[in-house]
Design a protein around this ligand. Structure first.
Ligand code: AMP
Ligand code: GLY
Length: 415
């Protein structure tokens, strides 16, 4: 079997690593891949710059199944492009990917299908938005850019002044290249966050183990929001009661909505959740696996990932018996000094040979064959153990042995 995997982060390295355990897979084309996928014997990194070229390449090489790791491809219609050529693609069509591509669409969908979510209003005029802010006057509140903004389109505003400034920057100031032309002003929810990645075939939503991301740069949830500084699986706050609440008030009505709207959704639907005193709330949908959640979830998955993907493509998820290893999984991101603001690249990484399990996020081989940093999030060091304490000790022992200039990480992932 030949697979094509579009994307280049730690998530894609983890997906490629898991897929490569299936011996029926003879080739995984990683577009563009990174230094991690380059190290997997069955993988080949390929640079292609448009979704048309990616689909053309898959056709030419006789790829059996293609997958996209990141939302950008999906929102831009990569699944549609493959479908037009009669090629198998695991991921939603653009018309369904809008559940992530537009927060205003997603919010309207949640309201229409009775999915529990924060109260929110949508605006395209900054004057109207500011008048609304004066009227409601309850802070903090959340201002969100409608479109894709690389995880930076959500601002928690402590007061009216900052909320008005944020709204004006988004609507009038062209922040995030037009992604903020429409904004949502949303009720602030207090609680514990959870991520539930789920497979969907349009008939069934099959959730994976729950996970927890850590978005802030520094220990104790201090500092800037990042793409994710670490993840744990399972999420300790997702008790049986919370999980039942999720199934009933979030997952089931979401599936109903997907069906009622006629959305072509074969892929991963990711629920970004807030567990509050008043129950579980849906913050957002993503239409692909999470990064870095994937790097914590997949190491616990006993089932074969290709079999799971094929089951979704065959609309057979209802019969799939998902199996998990017992234990706890932790993934710690090691980042470049300065990230998520400006940072330097090109530093050689040492100590990786002693690490049991790692996923490369932003690093690649240079002309001399050394692995050097190429991004803000550089590495994900992962560990699985019987209990959370043992996983914590194991992962941080490995993290301490890896070095590059300016490296930093959080010390409290899974603590
Ligand atoms: P989103 O992209 O919608 O998941 O938002 C990114 C982050 O902003 C989430 O992971 C939360 O930490 C935070 N967030 C989003 N919406 C809310 C909300 N209504 N109340 C509190 N925090 C929120
Ligand atoms: N970890 C959150 C995301 O992948 O968007």
């Amino acid at each position: 079997m030949k697979i094509l995997l579009a994307g280049s982060g730690g998530r894609e390295h983890a997906i490629a690593d898991k897929l490569s355990q299936n011996k029926n897979i003879t080739k995984i084309y990683c577009v563009p891949g990174n230094g991690g996928t380059a190290s997997i014997p069955v993988c080949e990194n390929i640079k292609l710059d448009t979704i048309e070229k990616i689909a053309g390449f898959a056709e030419e090489k006789g790829v059996d199944i293609s997958i996209a790791g990141s939302e950008e491809f999906l929102v831009r219609g990569i699944a549609d492009q493959f479908d037009r050529r009669g090629l198998k693609f695991f991921g939603p069509k653009s018309q369904a990917a809008v559940l992530e591509g537009s927060k205003a669409y997603a919010k309207a969908f949640m309201k229409k299908y009775g999915i529990r979510t924060a109260a929110s209003e949508t605006f395209t005029d900054s004057g109207e938005a500011c008048a609304y802010l004066e009227k409601i006057n309850t802070y903090p509140l959340v201002v969100k850019a409608d479109g894709l903004a690389f995880g930076k389109g959500v601002v928690i505003c402590p007061n009216e002044k900052s909320a008005k400034l944020t709204v004006r920057e988004m609507i009038d100031g062209g922040a995030f290249g037009g992604a903020g032309k429409t904004v949502l002003i949303e009720q602030y929810l207090e609680g514990k966050e959870a991520s539930v990645l789920s497979f969907c075939d349009g008939r069934t939503i099959l959730p994976l183990l729950s996970a927890k991301d850590h978005k802030r740069a520094f220990d104790g949830d201090k500092g800037d929001n990042t793409g994710g500084m670490g993840a744990i699986c399972p999420n300790p706050y997702v008790t049986e009661e919370v999980y039942q609440d999720f199934l009933e008030n979030i997952a089931a009505p979401t599936l109903k909505g997907i069906q009622a709207e006629g959305l072509d959704f074969t892929g991963v639907i990711f629920f970004g959740l807030m567990i509050t005193k008043g129950g579980i709330y849906l913050l957002e949908y993503n239409v692909r696996m999470g990064d870095p959640e994937t790097q914590a979830v997949l190491p616990l998955m006993k089932s074969d990932l290709l079999a799971l993907i094929e089951s979704a493509l065959n609309k057979n998820l209802a019969d799939f018996k998902l199996e998990w290893r017992r234990g706890h999984s932790i993934c710690v991101t090691v980042a470049s000094g300065g990230y998520p603001r400006s940072y330097k690249k090109g530093f050689a990484i040492s100590g990786l040979e002693k690490v049991q399990k790692y996923f490369i996020a932003g690093a690649d081989f240079n002309a001399r064959g050394e692995i050097v940093t190429t991004g803000g999030r550089v590495l994900n060091i992962a560990a699985v153990a019987e209990n959370a304490e043992a996983a914590y000790k194991k992962v941080y022992k490995d993290v301490a042995g890896v070095h590059f200039e300016g490296a930093f990480y959080r010390h409290d992932i899974g603590l």
